[in-house]
Design a protein. Structure first.
Length: 336
């Protein structure tokens, strides 16, 4: 029988919202924004994190050509085994069971188009139980999960936390050089600098300088996630859409502004726009689709995939209730 997770308290939701805005904010800063003492904030987060209800992940954010959303058809009765195999892969960063014309939907990431191609052709082609794949190659990301927010904080609280967070300062080619740092901090984006330095065998100052450089470049992303069932939006749906090329950019930008949107990607293929939404019910998903048709006249939704169960989310292994129970380092430089 599936267990129903107890709801999070208002303070816990506010804390998660605060960490979505500034994932590495000091406890004192979080305490000030939430109007509680720092010890309470630290204790609350440790309890939520240990229970697997919420977590902070750090992951590489690559250029176009290194990502794909892949639909997978499995032999009868093999979907669970295939999902378990793929969840162990560092390149299959997200894995979920899905309804509506595919058994699994995975997000794959690699350091280049060539590496991604090898993963799709060479790796997926050898997994027992897979009978067909359909890869949607990413050309551009308009928004992704690190931007999605709960709405537990007031505007003034949000502004205080956002003002203290470093903004991305443009592109950088330093990610491969610091692959060990990216891999080390992946499971716990709030890892202390001293712990990070110990793991890498470098000084605290060097660890701080390298981490800040990657964060400022936008090549390393911090993201506070929570079990979807505790978010108030337990249903995830991915829409596969088509837009005429001349309207794609404007349509995607408008779509990415909607609060329900977790991910909006431009693609190379017959469907050139994919959007993943979190909503409270399937009825709300249908209502959202009606709204999209009215607000975005150039968008045609060709297909929909409803997530039945998330097995892995950006490296984080999940149990059937959506709690974090493990982590597969997103070492995208690992050979296939």
């Amino acid at each position: 029988m599936t267990e129903t997770l107890p709801p999070l308290s208002e303070l816990d939701l506010a804390l998660i919202n605060a960490l979505q805005i500034n994932p590495r904010a000091p406890w004192t800063e979080l305490a000030k924004a939430l109007d509680v003492d720092a010890a309470t904030v630290a204790r609350r987060w440790e309890r939520v994190r240990t229970a697997g209800h919420a977590w902070v992940t750090a992951y590489p954010y690559g250029d176009a050509g290194g990502g794909a959303l892949i639909e997978i058809d499995c032999a009868p009765g093999r979907a669970g085994a295939v999902a378990a195999i793929l969840s162990a892969d560092p390149h299959a960063v997200t894995v979920e069971h899905a309804a509506g014309g595919r058994d699994l939907l995975i997000t794959a990431m690699a350091t280049s188009f060539g590496a991604l191609s090898r993963y799709i052709v060479d790796r997926l082609g050898t997994v027992p139980g897979i009978i067909a794949t359909r890869a949607h190659l990413v050309t551009r990301s308009y928004t992704e999960g690190s931007v999605w927010r709960l709405t537990s904080l007031s505007r003034s609280q949000q502004e205080v936390l956002a003002a203290s967070r470093r903004a991305a300062a443009g592109n950088s080619n330093e990610l491969p050089e610091y692959a060990d740092l990216v891999t080390a901090i992946g499971e716990n984006g709030r890892m202390s600098l001293s712990e990070l330095a110990d793991q890498l065998g470098i000084s605290v100052n060097t660890a701080s300088r390298r981490l800040n450089r990657l964060l400022e470049s936008g090549k390393l992303v911090l993201r506070c996630d929570l079990a979807r069932s505790l978010s108030g939006s337990p249903v995830a749906v991915t829409f596969f859409g088509t837009v005429a090329a001349e309207h794609l950019d404007a349509t995607a930008r408008e779509l990415a502004k909607l609060p329900e949107i977790r991910q909006c990607l431009g693609l190379a293929g017959p469907q050139n726009l994919i959007a993943t939404v979190w909503v409270s019910s399937l009825v709300d998903a249908q209502a959202l689709e009606v709204r999209l048709a009215a607000a975005l006249p150039h968008l045609r939704i060709a297909d929909r995939a409803v997530a039945l169960r998330a097995v892995k989310l950006m490296g984080r292994l999940l149990d059937p209730e959506g709690r974090a129970v493990g982590f597969v380092p997103m070492n995208l430089w690992a050979s296939q």
